[in-house]
Design a protein around this ligand. Structure first.
Ligand SMILES: *Cc1c(COP(=O)(O)O)cnc(C)c1O
Length: 309
C-alpha cells in the first residue's frame, strides 16, 4: 500500500487479530472489565450496542469464557432475516438478546439488571463500547505495547489514525501516549460523534481523567488533548458509502487485508483520502490502528458487492 500510494510509510497495528473470537479492540478493554466483574462476584454481564456490535460479540465471548452469563441490549428491531455477522456469533456464545429503541438502551440495561437482581442474580453493567475509565486502561497498556515494539525495531511513528466512537480507545491511547512519552499524534476519526458543542472531546477527557485516577498518576486531560476529525461521518452510523466501499476493496485487493464496514473501513478511507491530499510528508510514518470489525462484513454483502458477486 505504501508503494502504491507513494506517500508516507504505512504501518498497521493489528488489533483485528486480538486472540478472542475474531478479534477487535474491545478485547483489550474486556480484559479489565471482566476481571472487575469477577472480582465483584457478578454472575452475569449486561452491555449494549448496535445490531452488528463488535463490542457485544466480544463481551458475549469473554463472558462465557469466564463462566458468566451475558445479556445484550441491541438498539434495533429484531431482524426479519437469519442472524449473520456479529449477531450470529452473539447467539453461538449463548448470549440473551433484548431488542430496544436505540435511545433507550441505557434504560433497558437498567431494567434487565433490576429483573436479574429480583431473581437473586448479580449483574455487572458494562457501558456501550466498554468505554469507561477501567476499560480504557486496556488502551494505556496497548500504547505501552506499541512503544516497546517501536523501540525494539528502532522505528518512529508520526501519526496514529484510529476509529473513534464511544471514546475508550482514543482516551486510553492518549493517556498511554502521555505516560510513555510517545511523541507522535493520535488522530481519532469520528465514526458517529458530531462536532457540534464539543461534547465528544469533553467525554474523551472525562474517560481519560477517570483512567489516570485509576492508575494513580497525576496527569490530567482536557478536550484540547484530543485530536479529532469529524469530516467522515458519511451517511451516518453503519451506513456504507463510496468512501468505505473503496477503502474496504482497496485494502482487500492490494494487501489481502480485511477492514470492516462500520468502523475500520471508514477510518481507513479517511486515511487514504488524507494521503491523496498529501497531508503527510513522504518522510513520515503513519500507523493505522486496526480496531477490528471484520465479522460485520458478512452482514454487508449487498452494500459491498451488490446482489451478485
Ligand atoms: C468499538 C469500535 C471502535 C471504536 O472504539 P471506541 O473505544 O468505542 O471509540 C472502533 N473500531 C471497532 C471495530 C469497534 O468495534
Amino acid at each position: 500500500m505504501t508503494e502504491r500510494l507513494g506517500g508516507p510509510r504505512l504501518l498497521v497495528k493489528r488489533d483485528d487479530l486480538t486472540a478472542l473470537a475474531l478479534g477487535g479492540n474491545k478485547t483489550r478493554k474486556l480484559e479489565y472489565l471482566i476481571a472487575d466483574a469477577l472480582g465483584k462476584g457478578a454472575d452475569t454481564v449486561i452491555t449494549a450496542g448496535g445490531i452488528q456490535s463488535n463490542h457485544c460479540r466480544l463481551t458475549a465471548a469473554a463472558a462465557t469464557l469466564h463462566g458468566l452469563r451475558c445479556e445484550l441490549v441491541l438498539g434495533a428491531d429484531p431482524p426479519t432475516r437469519p442472524a449473520t455477522g456479529n449477531l450470529l456469533l452473539d447467539g453461538l456464545f449463548g448470549a440473551t438478546v433484548h431488542w430496544s429503541d436505540p435511545d433507550a438502551r441505557e434504560a433497558t440495561m437498567e431494567s434487565v439488571a433490576d429483573q436479574l437482581r429480583a431473581r437473586g442474580q448479580v449483574p455487572y453493567l458494562i457501558p456501550v463500547g466498554g468505554s469507561n475509565g477501567l476499560g480504557a486502561v486496556g488502551y494505556v497498556a496497548a500504547m505501552h505495547e506499541l512503544c516497546a515494539q517501536l523501540r525494539d525495531l528502532d522505528w518512529t511513528v508520526d501519526h496514529i489514525i484510529v476509529a473513534s466512537s464511544s471514546g475508550g480507545t482514543q482516551a486510553g491511547l492518549v493517556v498511554g501516549a502521555r505516560l510513555s512519552g510517545f511523541s507522535g499524534r493520535v488522530l481519532g476519526i469520528s465514526i458517529d460523534q458530531q462536532q457540534a458543542g464539543g461534547l465528544f472531546p469533553r467525554r474523551l477527557s472525562a474517560i481519560a481523567n477517570e483512567t489516570a485516577a485509576l492508575l494513580g498518576v497525576e496527569e490530567r486531560f482536557d478536550g484540547a488533548d484530543f485530536d479529532l476529525d469529524y469530516g467522515y461521518l458519511g451517511g451516518g452510523y453503519g451506513v456504507v458509502g463510496d468512501l468505505e466501499r473503496d477503502a474496504i476493496g482497496q485494502a482487500a485487493r492490494w494487501e489481502g487485508l480485511l477492514v470492516g464496514p462500520v468502523y475500520t473501513g471508514r477510518a481507513l478511507g479517511a486515511m487514504l483520502e488524507m494521503i491523496r491530499r498529501e497531508l503527510f510528508a513522504p518522510t513520515e510514518t503513519v500507523l493505522f490502528w486496526h480496531t477490528g470489525d471484520t465479522p460485520a462484513l458478512f452482514a454487508y454483502g449487498e452494500q459491498l458487492l451488490g446482489s451478485a458477486p
